[in-house]
Design a protein around this ligand. Structure first.
Ligand code: TMP
Ligand code: ZN
Length: 403
């Protein structure tokens, strides 16, 4: 099911040090019906590379197990729609592309959006057959495969390659970048958006750590990787999406660009140290304990607790805190593919969003905290009826609105 990972995928060093450990965990998106066979468990440990500062998981789960039938569908939320607008604007400030290739294009929503904003040719690529079919159905041509050098030669060149939250899932980084070299025109750009490691550490977002995210990217590690390629980082833009993300704009070397000195200094100066990870690991254990203790106390007080958002993050919380159906009775989620299934590693069922009000839950753990404002706003009826959200924060968990 998985293979050990021992050599840094950015700089090649084999001196990696363990900095975070959640033990054996189920695959975060392995939502299954009662009759379906589950994929199983794998170690969830983070190793740090002192040479280039890249943190990476100690194992790589086979991609065919993780992605062939993928349950993660890009959110249709207003928050995500706004992010599409912001990202597209940033891309246009950088390169005004007409031909866009998206890697890990999921159900095609981003490409469908950029088509309405002036893109003339789009192509998606995603190994999940179920999602590639959905993309085609909404008019986004999609190649159902993993992006690698072997396929790169067959798809032509583009002004812009966009990879949103997929680079951290990739095992062979050099192969991915080589494939980008093949598919990018000489004056084109590559936009790699990932969760920003510094935001994740500052926000104690340990629920971003799961088997799909094999790396926790730093600028320094990226620069170490790119040194051996045609690309360099020419721009860095931060976004609030998914608890803090960053888009790295790459271009082929050879030309001057505004802000070169600034980017070089930024890359050098934003170091993430082993100590940053050690502190994160210890504070996250406290945060996980705070949720467990709160849930225990509420259960003893005979309160009904559910979850809101059957995200990959929910799987990390539930299994790291050892929560069961006796404590978290169900999880509401608006993704039809997830409803009727069970949370990975547990017997907690996924229901529609309406269950929150229907079942008169007293508390809902907001596992989809990255959509907090939107979700709280749309559940105002339940809050008025006395319902309270339990929201993970950068300190622990808080009750919203306060009791
Ligand atoms: P994500 O952070 O991995 O995108 O997961 C968010 C999950 O929350 C996803 O399964 C969809 C769900 N969700 C709702 O059920 N209702 C909502 O209003 C929003 C924004 C998300
Ligand atoms: Zn390294």
């Amino acid at each position: 099911m998985y293979k050990p990972h021992t050599v840094c995928r950015a700089c090649g060093s084999s001196e990696l040090e363990k900095v975070f450990d959640l033990g054996l965990q189920p695959l975060a998106n392995d939502f299954c019906k009662a009759t379906e066979e589950r994929a199983g468990f794998a170690p969830l440990e983070v190793l740090y590379c002192p040479k280039c500062s890249l943190a990476q998981l100690s194992v790589v789960v086979k991609p065919e197990i993780l992605y062939l039938h993928y349950n993660y569908v890009t959110s249709k939320s207003q928050t995500m729609r706004r992010h599409f607008e912001n990202l597209w604007q940033a891309i246009n400030e950088g390169c005004a592309p007409k031909e866009i290739l998206e890697i890990g294009s999921n159900d095609g929503d981003f490409l469908a959006y950029v088509k309405t904003r002036g893109a003339e040719r789009v192509l998606g690529m995603d190994p999940a057959l179920n999602l590639a079919k959905q993309a085609e159905a909404q008019g986004v041509p999609t190649v159902p495969t993993v992006f690698e050098q072997e396929v790169a030669g067959r798809i032509g060149q583009f002004d812009c390659i966009v990879a949103r939250h997929v680079f951290c899932h990739v095992d062979d980084w050099m192969d991915f970048i080589r494939a980008c070299e093949v598919c990018t025109k000489d004056n084109g750009c590559v936009v790699i958006e990932v969760p920003y490691c510094a935001d994740m550490l500052a926000g104690l977002e340990c629920d971003t750590i799961y088997h799909e995210h094999t790396s926790y990217l730093t600028f320094k590690a990226m620069a170490a990787l790119l040194r051996r390629t045609k690309f360099e980082i020419v721009r860095i833009v931060r976004f609030p999406i998914h608890g803090g993300s960053v888009a790295l704009f790459l271009r082929k070397r050879g030309s001057e660009f505004p802000g070169r000195k600034f980017i070089e200094e930024l890359v050098e100066s934003t170091n993430i140290s082993r100590e940053d990870w050690t502190r994160f690991a210890s504070e996250c254990q406290t945060k996980l304990r705070k949720l467990s203790d709160l849930v225990k106390a509420l259960t003893i007080g005979r309160k009904t607790i559910c979850g809101f958002g059957a995200s990959a993050k929910s799987t990390v919380w539930i299994n790291a805190c050892g929560l069961s159906r006796r404590q978290v009775e169900f999880i509401c989620d608006n993704t039809p593919e997830k409803q009727g299934k069970y949370s990975p590693g547990t017997d907690i069922p996924i229901t529609d969003e309406g269950a929150l009000l229907r079942e008169k839950a007293d508390y809902a753990i907001l596992f989809a905290w990255n959509f907090k404002d939107e979700i709280i706003a749309k559940n105002s009826d339940w809050i008025e009826a006395g319902g309270r959200f339990i929201v993970p924060t950068n300190k622990g968990v808080e009750i919203v609105p306060p009791r």
